[in-house]
Design a protein. Structure first.
Length: 267
């Protein structure tokens, strides 16, 4: 893939495509890459091309990719991590994508995915070449969720406790991995990730938004998987050694906040 910062900054959610089918070469690359995708939880995830599908908020392509995962602890974080890997790879091929979890005929997509009772398909995405201009509907959707707006670095990253913001300068070599988390996509752009750096470990917390209740499919835990993906891939690219762990530290945190996972790191 291209440079992670470049991919993250260039990618946007695409709902208006130019009508061209993906080339055979690009389809082959996507299918080959899907077979290599892993996640830090070690949960198997099966990806599948879904041709001739549709979604009311997407125009210009009928090719989608879905993924399914067996019901298990951390399925949402694992799914978010793995599916974002595919999204970033697609961006490296200049293929447009958009995370879709609600605005679709879920029954039709689940049937196409051949779900069993112990499996879930949290999200899908269309895949195609972006149109030169966004549709009016797409522009309105982006405006509604303030798609290009992000919290500041100091609002999502902290040092030792949640009362001490971590500045970009103080973050040092961790700046870019955390910055790509800051720029990550999230459900209706709620940006629920919060990060604390302490004692050689980066801890990830979910700041739950109102009206986002946890469940079998938990969109904000999927967002946290996306955040973990951005951090780990960027850290690796920066030459930072990481080890994924689930070891909740003894930190006081606010109501509505939940510990997710951590990365031990060596610079």
């Amino acid at each position: 893939m291209d440079n992670m910062e470049k991919l993250v900054r260039e990618r946007r959610s695409v709902r208006t495509f130019d009508g061209r089918e993906l080339t055979a070469a690009d389809k082959e690359k996507l299918c080959a890459y899907m077979e290599t995708i892993d996640n830090p939880y070690g949960l198997p995830i099966e990806f599948k091309l879904l041709p001739k599908m549709g979604c009311p908020v997407v125009v210009g392509t009928d090719l989608y990719i879905g993924a399914k995962i067996k019901d298990a602890p951390h399925l949402n974080e694992a799914f978010g991590y793995a599916f974002e890997k595919l999204v970033l790879y697609a961006q490296s091929l200049r293929i447009g994508t958009v995370w879709i979890g609600g605005t679709m005929d879920r029954g039709a997509f689940e049937k196409a995915m051949e779900l069993s009772e112990d499996e879930v398909m949290p999200c899908v995405s269309p895949f195609g070449y972006p149109a030169k201009k966004m549709s009016v509907r797409e522009k309105m959707m982006r405006k509604g969720v303030k798609a290009d707006s992000r919290f500041s670095f100091e609002e999502i990253a902290f040092w030792n406790n949640f009362n001490q913001p971590l500045t970009a300068d103080a973050a040092g070599k961790l700046f870019l991995p955390i910055e790509t988390v800051r720029l990550a996509p999230s459900a209706v752009n709620k940006q629920p990730w919060r990060i604390i750096v302490m004692d050689g470990i980066v801890h990830f917390y979910l700041q739950r938004s109102k009206n986002f209740n946890g469940g079998r499919i938990d969109m904000q835990k999927i967002d946290m998987g996306i955040a973990l993906c951005h951090f780990e891939l960027t850290a690796k690219e920066q030459g930072i050694s990481t080890e994924f762990v689930i070891e909740e530290p003894n930190i006081l945190y606010k109501d509505g906040m939940e510990y997710i996972a951590s990365y031990k790191f060596k610079i």
